[in-house]
Design a protein around this ligand. Structure first.
Ligand SMILES: Cc1cc2nc3c(=O)[nH]c(=O)nc-3n(C[C@H](O)[C@H](O)[C@H](O)COP(=O)(O)O)c2cc1C
Length: 205
């Protein structure tokens, strides 16, 4: 049975296009595969920033951890376990100041974990979360998939790099962009994304 993990991270609430399309993809795949779905809503249930309790806790043997370290490592372990359990990961990300939201950055800071989700060998870094498909919905007000602003896309480039770094290198990206150039442009961008999501879901079914 296919197990889907949906991660949403836009602080724009019900207006969020990344959450809307990521949810549509996750629910569509769940329905077509008669699978299961776990939702990790990073806005409703925000993660703390990582602290020394987490960083030192990771380096400390379990039996020697302080209570703060135990709690910090347990939270990160819960997030990693959610990822490991998933066959398919769907992530919704809305651009905030040219990068992902700080809520999504906090999630990556928890799950990017030496010897757990990545390691180094003679060939360099090796992601350890292999064999999963990832769908990334990246929303932005401007257009970053091409043209002069592409160099400033610190959202998709960062997310694609981090996903691959931890082993999630089979990524299909859906962009919803160019929504700040007036209502007609926004309508067209949303219609294009809706069409792309339908193609993706037909392919995934
Ligand atoms: C606080 C804030 C910062 C934003 N920063 C950018 C930005 O740097 N570049 C951009 O093109 N759009 C920016 N936007 C527009 C969002 O990327 C756009 O609304 C996108 O759809 C957000 O994703 P969402 O629909 O999933 O919330 C910003 C929006 C907000 C609310």
């Amino acid at each position: 049975m296919t197990h889907v993990l949906l991660i949403t991270s836009s602080p724009r609430g019900a207006d969020s296009l990344s959450s809307r399309f990521a949810t549509e993809i996750a629910e569509g795949i769940k329905a077509s595969s008669a699978g299961t779905l776990k939702v990790r809503d990073l806005i409703a249930d925000p993660l703390p920033h990582i602290t020394s309790a987490y960083i030192q806790g990771r380096l400390t043997a379990p039996e020697n951890r302080t209570p703060d370290q135990v709690a910090a490592v347990a939270l990160a372990q819960e997030l990693v376990d959610e990822l490991k359990a998933a066959d398919i990961v769907v992530i919704g990300s809305g651009m905030i100041n040219f990068g992902p939201s700080s809520q999504l950055k906090a999630w990556f800071d928890h799950v990017t974990w030496p010897s757990v989700t990545f390691a180094y060998d003679d060939n360099g870094p090796k992601g350890l979360l292999t064999g999963k498909k990832t769908y990334l919905v990246a929303a932005a007000g401007g257009v970053f998939s091409e043209g002069i602003w592409a160099a400033f896309d610190f959202q998709s480039n960062y997310l694609l790099h981090l996903l691959s770094f931890i082993g999630l290198s089979d990524v299909e990206m859906v962009c919803v962009e160019g929504t700040v150039f007036g209502p007609d442009a926004a309508k067209a961008a949303i219609a294009n994304t809706e069409a792309a999501v339908q193609v993706l879901l037909n392919k995934a079914a």
